[in-house]
Design a protein around this ligand. Structure first.
Ligand SMILES: NC(=O)c1ccc[n+]([C@@H]2O[C@H](COP(=O)([O-])OP(=O)(O)OC[C@H]3O[C@@H](n4cnc5c(N)ncnc54)[C@H](OP(=O)(O)O)[C@@H]3O)[C@@H](O)[C@H]2O)c1
Length: 324
């Protein structure tokens, strides 16, 4: 089959599109003919092998899995002997560590959901990683309720574009934080207010927000604390630091719970574990029009390395999709 893969860690130039062996499903897996896949920061991490702290899990010197990509949508063509929920011909979407920028992938049944009728494969391919991460951050960890004031930092990115919409659908008043070029996008996602961080900082309102969902920027925890109500919750999803080769900025998440105890503020880390229930809920929200994936760019598989260059070069708005 055709796939975008690599044999060594590095930037997008390590990626090639060519023939690789088609995977076969294990007992608990389905084989899926991929129609669309998506790109996200997590894919970039597995491509570069950075932060180094990931390497014991993904391959110390070279990647254990050659094909890249995680979230996908497509059609089941074969099922493992223990699979009970799907059969060949079913349209599905989900997530897998087996690589999805390819004509076929395999995924565990528990990480796959049925594709709702009025949701496209491109839309569904964005839900597996970014959509579910935003859902868990906003609904489960932030426990956002109607009329709360919610701040989303990184609102124009892959996770953030979903987080803004999910918080709105839960009835919150949402402020999105992004750079100038994304202000219109973040407003179009439904944000009530947008902070352009090149002009103003997130603590311009002191003690204001009930929930701060921090997806990007790596701001000091003390700055987030200033913007939070004393009874509020800070939800840490991500935040990159290009110089931090070992942890890439994720040390902030490691120290946050201890800082929260000292600062007497609720600080919660998000460790996303995708699952079929949350995938199905994201599918339902898109089908119901509560959430619309913000797809900024779609690439053919032959041009998949450019999809990674686009992500790595700067600040893409919303989601990047690869169609197969
Ligand atoms: N905890 C978990 O399980 C989990 C799950 C998924 C993702 N993540 C992490 O979440 C982070 C974001 O992922 P993503 O896929 O959404 O990445 P993404 O699509 O690249 O989006 C990141 C966004 O952050 C914005 N940004 C950059 N610097 C900023 C700053 N100083 N202030 C505010 N916004 C800033 C970027 O654009 P602008 O600067 O132009 O606004 C961009 O929109 C990554 O660190 C990823 O590893 C963690």
């Amino acid at each position: 089959m055709k796939a975008c893969s690599r044999t060594a860690y590095g930037e997008a130039d390590v990626l090639t599109v060519g023939d690789v062996k088609r995977p076969t499903p294990a007992a608990d897996q389905v084989l899926v003919q991929v129609r669309a896949a998506s790109n996200d920061r997590g894919v970039w991490h597995t491509m570069t092998g950075r932060p180094y702290a990931m390497r014991p899990f993904i391959g110390l010197r070279a990647p254990k899995v050659a094909v890249i990509g995680r979230a996908f949508a497509g059609v089941v063509t074969e099922v493992g002997s223990a699979v009970t929920k799907f059969r060949p011909g079913d349209e599905v979407f989900g997530t897998t560590n087996a690589g999805t920028w390819a004509e076929y992938t395999v995924a565990k049944e528990k990480l796959v959901a049925p594709l709702p009728e009025n949701v496209s494969a491109e839309q569904a391919a964005t839900l597996g990683c970014s959509g579910v991460s935003a859902l868990i951050a906003v609904r489960d960890v932030g426990k956002v309720r109607p009329e709360q004031r919610v701040l989303v930092i990184g609102a124009g990115g892959g996770v953030g574009s979903f987080a803004v919409q999910i918080a709105k659908s839960l009835g919150a008043t949402v402020t999105g934080v992004c750079s100038t070029s994304k202000v219109d996008l973040v407003r179009s996602l439904g944000a009530d207010e947008v902070i352009d961080y090149t002009r103003e900082e997130v603590d311009r309102h002191r003690g204001w927000y009930d929930v701060i969902v921090d997806i990007a920027g790596n701001r000091p925890l003390s700055m987030l604390k200033r913007a939070l109500q004393p009874t509020g919750t800070i939800v840490l999803v991500g935040g990159e630091e290009s110089q931090g080769l070992l942890l890439h900025g994720f040390q902030r998440m490691i120290f946050a719970p201890a800082y929260g105890v000292v600062a007497r503020r609720r600080m919660r880390n998000v460790i996303v574990q995708e699952n079929a229930t949350d995938l199905a809920e994201m599918g339902r929200m898109v089908a119901a029009g509560e959430v619309t994936p913000a797809i900024v760019h779609s690439y053919a598989l032959a041009d998949a390395p450019d999809a990674m260059r686009y992500l790595a070069e700067g600040h893409p708005a919303g989601k990047i999709v690869i169609t197969i």
